[in-house]
Design a protein around this ligand. Sequence first.
Ligand code: GLU
Length: 347
Amino acid sequence: MNAAPAPGRQPHARGRLAPSPTGFLHLGNAFAFLCAWLSIRKQSGTLVLRMEDIDPERSRPEFAAAILRDLDWLGLDWDEGPGAGEGPETSSSCNMPGVGPCAPYTQSLRIERYASALLRLEERKLIYPCYCSRKELRLLASAPHIGDEGVPYPGICRQLDDAGRRKREREGRRACLRLDTEGAYALAVASGLLSQNTQSGDSRGAYLHFADAVLGEQRFCLQDCGGDFALRRSDGVVAYQLAVSVDDAAMGITEVIRGEDLLLSTPRQLLLLALLGCARPPAYAHVPLLHDAHGMRLAKRHKSLELRSLRAAGIRPEAVVGYLGWLAGLQAEEQSPLPARASELLP
Ligand code: GLU
């Protein structure tokens, strides 16, 4: 899937919708999904639906089923994914291999792939167990940091020797696995896979660059993205950053269009993609988040702006899609939004 295209030729566009079935979709999710759908349909590319149910505590099959129903209601179809080719009624569970060359498209069915990626990183000595508890890390939370990322991990457990690790294990501590980001960055640059995106680090460590199709040129210090971030939690659950990177590489994704809340994930994913040997990382576009009338970012607590609530209130999907298309600048700004089907927003 990752075969490089002939020089000068654009690869076939492959995008993805990557919902987490941890709640119901709201208007903000629909906005990002509509943008991703329009971009791929405009290029006659392939859209993958990937169910990101990696967190067993928070993911529920009924949310996955509701997501399929909401996408169907919005008229956003996909080409590869769990139950693709079947109506949402028949694919009420996402827990099926799915249809397409990269199946399965459900993360809980792809666990061995993440385990083997971890193994490869471990062989290259790029990960280390970290025994710091959440409480200990919370105590650091007053240190300066940007966004929602928390304080960069200060590297306490990076230096532990075997005896130190055994001691913590005897204390009953369970370790998460962290990426040694400085080592990983050095290796990725040495392998030539980060050369186009990076510039040499300064005293704060490595920086990653990428061109965001919405926000323009971006430059982040890995320290501002959480430092040595976790790839596997202490309860054994694979971290979002690893699962997404493994899947974007394996599924040959060429563009990622998602909400701006994930902007600080992109440098981490670019680093992981390079370590996974992905020579052509996706192009990224982070679209604005929607806010409610009080300026609060739409989130799972906004029940009235969930798609199912809008549907239950008798609102037509064309009204929702037309409004979102208007927000995206696809309808004349000076006019009120006109109802539209997604395909009618294609130029
Ligand atoms: N599954 C993630 C979420 O719903 C999005 C992943 C991504 O687009 O990279 O927040």
